[in-house]
Design a protein around this ligand. Structure first.
Ligand SMILES: NC(=[NH2+])NCCC[C@H](N)C(=O)O
Length: 587
């Protein structure tokens, strides 16, 4: 609302002979209970006018009304000057900004950003925590792309280490040659099954050793099966052919399984990093840190950094036996990513149990003098739970991602059928619709809140067609499309019809979309988009219930309402797309 700011500057200059800085002029959206669309807070000007806020508001309002043709009326309530903009303003905004195809389309801003998300370990299937992670990461990537960034979506797969050796060993011992084909299990589930079997056997051996008099700690170290797993890891590191071959086979099963889950979730990646390629990288950084005297060596040869002056502690970077730790690998990977892409910003979507890790990681890189370290950001998120009793996973503890997706499809199906929707759909089309609704419900529910919040996910509530949910918004979109499909061609002619309040409100909200994208991109916050799209859906429904579209009084009005409906559908579709949510054409 630049022109209003300018006019206020002029008003203050004329009325009070004072220059004000445009940045100090506070314009807000008018509160729902008052008439008007834009509100000026007049208190700061009472010092200049030496009049009451009421009087000051009236003086400025009168000046604005006579000066600016787009301002049609004003009122002053408790020192707030509420300004009504003329229909010509709203219509002009609608036809020149909102209706054209390039609305809310940003030019490339020349900035590169990497979003790392998912980053699973290859010893078990994805779970509910990964679901939140994937949805957040994918949505943030889409939002940044929409805001003009060049985005690289990456996945850092932890494909090596003791965890996968555990699955491999258990498979060798108990597997009897079982494969995904022979078992009918998805590859990641098959490998996960052996991870669980390993753990079971390990526990058994620990108990036996404890019964024979060893302490818990001793037993954990001495259990034969864990020793075997460690030997296997050493063989892997030495490049043992058989171990590497089994490792490749089993990781291959896992990737096929993950691939299916990613597809059902609707997420994808531009670049995969594998820890088997990056786990040795950090050692260069260790040398660099020692040379720069940012790190120090202890007597036993281990390498550390002292962060006590920063309120943190001492952090190990290289063990005395020369092996590296998680932090060291992440230092090396951060450097590799930067060398590969030279991005301006790099976002790590990782759960809040790693808050400390990332604080330390970023601080170390800064201390090493990496100029790009200031562009690093940890997008941290909290746990998600399901109401107790809902969907116990087969492994007993965490909710499996594949099961959750299936559960969502079933819930969507049950609720849709109960409402008697989906008439005239073929079987395949129905299945697709249930998937779209189920995933829309899940994604919307997880993305509409602050990621830091711990969340209780309720499948039934998430599908509620009347609630603040994905399906409510999807349904609104389908409703608009159905109106439009019955309307025939929409003319491009511009209407000059007087507007109703609901129409003005809808144009106002639609017009905020570009700003909303920018805000969401700046804060890496899908919730901003989610809540905005809900406002659009509500404003459209209000308009739809108050005004007839297809039966409008005259043709220009009918055309205008169709145009407004079409623009609303486009914004909903694009906004939901930024959350990774599809919107059906009909439902
Ligand atoms: N660059 C990173 N540290 N990314 C996160 C890796 C997460 C790790 N694979 C885990 O499951 O805990």
């Amino acid at each position: 609302m630049n022109f209003i700011t300018e006019a206020v500057v002029k008003a203050v200059k004329t009325l009070y002979q004072t220059d004000v800085n445009p940045a100090d002029i506070n314009l807000q959206e008018t509160r729902k209970e008052f008439e008007g669309q834009v509100t000026l807070v007049t208190f700061p000007f009472t010092k200049l006018s030496r009049k009451s806020p009421e009087q000051t508001g009236i003086e400025i309002g009168e000046f604005l009304k006579s000066e600016v043709s787009e301002i049609s009326a004003f009122n002053v309530i408790k020192g707030f000057l509420n300004i009504s903009l003329a229909d010509s303003f709203w219509l002009n905004k609608f036809y020149t900004e909102i209706l054209p195809d390039d609305f809310a389309r940003f030019e490339p801003n020349g900035k590169k950003v990497m979003v790392e998300y998912s980053s699973p370990n290859t010893n078990k299937p994805l779970h509910l925590g990964h679901v939140r992670n994937n949805l957040l990461g994918y949505s943030v990537a889409k939002i940044l792309e929409a805001a003009g960034y060049d985005v690289i979506k990456t996945n850092l797969v932890n494909d090596r280490g003791i965890h996968i050796c555990k699955s491999m060993l258990a498979w060798q011992e108990f597997g009897d040659g079982e494969t995904p084909e022979s078992s009918g299990l998805k590859g990641d589930h098959l490998v996960g099954k052996y991870y669980v079997l390993f753990d079971k056997e390990y526990k058994k051996q620990i108990d036996e050793l404890k019964a024979a008099g060893q302490t818990e700690e001793e037993a954990k170290k001495n259990a034969p099966i864990i020793k075997e797993a460690q030997q296997m890891l050493q063989k892997w590191e030495a490049g043992d052919k058989d171990v590497i071959s089994l490792w490749k086979t089993m990781n291959g099963w896992v990737y096929a399984g993950f691939g299916e889950t990613y597809k059902r979730l609707g997420v994808e990646f531009d670049k995969f990093y594998y820890e088997s390629n990056t786990y040795l990288l950090g050692k260069d950084i260790v040398d660099e840190g020692l040379a720069k005297e940012v790190f120090f060596k202890k007597e036993d040869g281990s390498v550390w950094i002292d962060l006590t002056a920063d309120g943190l502690d001492q952090k190990l970077l290289l063990r005395s036996d020369g092996t590296s730790v998680y932090m060291t690998q992440d230092l090396g990977t951060a450097q590799l990513k930067y060398d590969d892409f030279g991005m301006d910003e790099s976002i790590y979507v990782v759960g809040n149990e790693q808050d400390y890790h990332f604080k330390v990681l970023f601080l170390i890189l800064e201390k090493l003098g990496k100029t790009w370290a200031k562009g690093l950001y940890h997008l941290s998120y909290g746990m998600v739970d399901l109401p107790s009793g809902k969907m116990k996973s087969r492994e007993g503890t965490v909710v499996d991602a594949d099961d959750l997706i299936s559960e969502m499809e079933t819930t969507a199906k049950d609720q849709t059928e109960a409402l008697g929707k989906v008439e005239g759909f073929g079987e395949a089309e129905k299945e697709e619709l249930y998937h779209t609704i189920g995933m829309g419900a899940l994604k919307y529910f997880l993305l509409k809140v602050d990621p830091k919040k711990r969340l209780l996910f309720d499948p039934n509530e998430s599908v509620d067609f009347q609630g603040h949910t994905g399906p409510f918004i999807q349904y609104t979109h389908a409703r608009i499309r159905s109106v439009l499909s019955r309307a025939g061609a929409i003319s491009p002619a511009k209407s000059a019809a007087p507007l109703f309040a609901e129409e003005r409100e809808l144009i106002l909200i639609l017009g905020q979309f570009p700003e909303i994208i920018e805000t969401a991109a700046r804060g890496y916050t899908p919730a901003v988009i989610a809540n905005y799209v809900y406002e659009v859906a509500k404003a459209f429904n209000k308009f739809y219930h108050e005004r007839s579209i297809l039966q409008a009084d005259d043709e220009p009005t009918r055309q205008f309402r169709l145009q407004l409906s079409s623009a609303s559908a486009n914004v909903i579709k694009k906004g939901m797309g930024l959350l990774g949510i599809e919107v059906p054409e009909r439902m």
